[in-house]
Structures are given as structure tokens and as C-alpha cells.
Design a protein around this ligand. Structure first.
Ligand code: TYD
Length: 232
């Protein structure tokens, strides 16, 4: 039973950065640009994606995003997101952080708090309980929230799905109201955790956004070398 109990946040020498934002906010593009910049400076990061950062997570992602799965119930959906995350925590995140790596995760528990907890109305408490079991106190050291307006996001997602003829659109098929609730949830979370969650305007050209992110990240990386603090 003891491994099911939430534990103290793990101590590790690495740095854990997550990216958050509504669908189509440009996380993928920004993560690619950041990986390029960091690698060019001799700091190649380890990258995770939620859901789906591991081979098992990819299979779970297939269920979650398949547009045919209209019968997927909110509680089952919630557990699947955490199943993918728990696998990534043990397989990728904790080992890499323990080895002192810089780890970038495309989404983490903030996504679940906002999409399932707020937008689907399941509440924060159940999300935090499952987080305690799945992540055992692991929380990003820094989170970049890419903020764009829902109309732009839906237009971007539609273009992407058309270009790739994707059937992994179950979430993209949600209404503008749903994405507006998601965005509001993110901004409320950032307001509650201003030290950890930095809001970046994602409506600007990609290179400009990338420069802002790099400038925000560097001092935080430097601080991390000196010691960590904060509990949000
Ligand atoms: P992702 O592939 O990151 O979508 P996008 O590239 O459009 O941002 O994530 C897939 C979808 O899963 C996305 O709509 C957000 C949703 N999601 C949740 O609802 N809860 C979660 O915990 C996570 C990680 C993602």
C-alpha cells in the first residue's frame, strides 16, 4: 500500500519545465524551437508528451484522441490521462531528473486540472488525489502557459487536422465554449501560482514567442543551480 500514498516531492538535480495551453496554442512549435536553441548551446533536453510520451502512453493516447470514441466517459477519460502520466513519470521523468537532465513536458497535471477538473466539471480535488498517486509529488519547476484566444486556436487546429487528414480529433471537436472554459481555467491557475506559471502571449509570430520563452527560462535555470523553492 505504501506506494499508493502521496509522498514528499522528490528531490532531484535536474530541471522540470512544462508547456501548457489550449489546443492550437503553438506548444509543439515552441518546444521544437526551444529544443533547437538548447541543443545548440550544449543543453539537449529530454522531451515528454502528455498523453503519449512513452510507447505505452502512445497506445493510451490513441484511445483518448480517437474521434470514434464518443462514448468515453469523463471518469474513464481522467484515469487514462493519469495512466499515461504515471507511466511517463516512472519511465522518463524521474530517471532523467535524477540524472540531472533538463526535462520538457508537453502538458502535465495542469492540463488535467483545467480540462477535466474545470472544463469537464470533475473538480480539482479528484484530480489532485490522482496526481498524488501518479506523480508522487513531482511538479514542474517552471510552466510556460501559451495563451491565445480560442478562435485562433480552433482555426489552427482545423487547419492542422485538414492538412494531416487526422482522425485524432476528439478534443478538437469540442465547442468554442469548452475551449473558452479551458482558457479561463488556465488563467485562473496562473493567477494562483504566479511564481511557477508564466503566461506568454502566443498570438505573436513564433520566433518572437520563442525569444520571450528563452529569456524567461534562462534566469530560472540559473536559479535552479543555486537551489529550489516554492510549493505551488
Ligand atoms: P495535445 O496533443 O497536446 O493537443 P494539442 O497539440 O492540440 O495541444 O493533447 C491532446 C488533447 O488532450 C488536448 O485537447 C488536451 C487534452 N488533455 C486533457 O484533456 N487532459 C490532460 O490531462 C491532457 C494531458 C491533455
Amino acid at each position: 500500500m505504501s506506494e499508493l500514498r502521496p509522498t514528499e516531492p522528490p528531490a532531484y538535480p535536474g530541471f522540470f519545465l512544462s508547456f501548457e495551453g489550449i489546443d492550437g496554442a503553438g506548444k509543439g512549435t515552441q518546444i521544437d524551437l526551444l529544443v533547437e536553441s538548447l541543443t545548440a548551446r550544449g543543453l539537449p533536453p529530454v522531451v515528454n508528451r502528455e498523453p503519449g510520451g512513452t510507447a505505452i502512453g502512445q497506445q493510451i493516447r490513441g484511445i483518448l484522441l480517437d474521434a470514434a470514441n464518443t462514448q468515453l466517459k469523463p471518469t474513464a477519460e481522467l484515469l487514462l490521462y493519469f495512466a499515461s502520466r504515471a507511466q511517463a513519470v516512472d519511465e522518463i521523468l524521474l530517471p532523467a531528473l535524477a540524472a540531472g537532465e533538463l526535462v520538457i513536458s508537453d502538458r502535465f497535471t495542469d492540463s488535467t486540472l483545467v480540462y477535466q477538473g474545470i472544463a469537464r466539471g470533475l473538480g480539482a480535488e479528484v484530480v489532485l488525489q490522482l496526481d498524488a498517486i501518479s506523480c508522487r509529488g513531482l511538479m514542474p519547476d517552471l510552466t510556460i502557459l501559451l495563451d491565445i484566444d480560442p478562435e485562433t486556436s480552433l482555426a489552427r487546429a482545423a487547419t492542422r487536422n485538414q492538412a494531416t487528414a487526422s482522425t485524432q480529433t476528439r478534443l478538437d471537436d469540442e465547442s468554442k465554449e469548452f475551449h473558452t472554459r479551458v482558457r479561463g481555467g488556465y488563467l485562473a491557475l496562473a493567477n494562483a501560482c504566479p511564481e511557477r506559471i508564466l503566461v506568454v502571449d502566443g498570438n505573436r509570430p513564433a520566433k518572437e514567442v520563442a525569444n520571450t520563452i528563452f529569456e524567461l527560462l534562462l534566469p530560472r535555470l540559473a536559479l535552479a543551480v543555486l537551489g529550489k523553492e516554492g510549493d505551488c
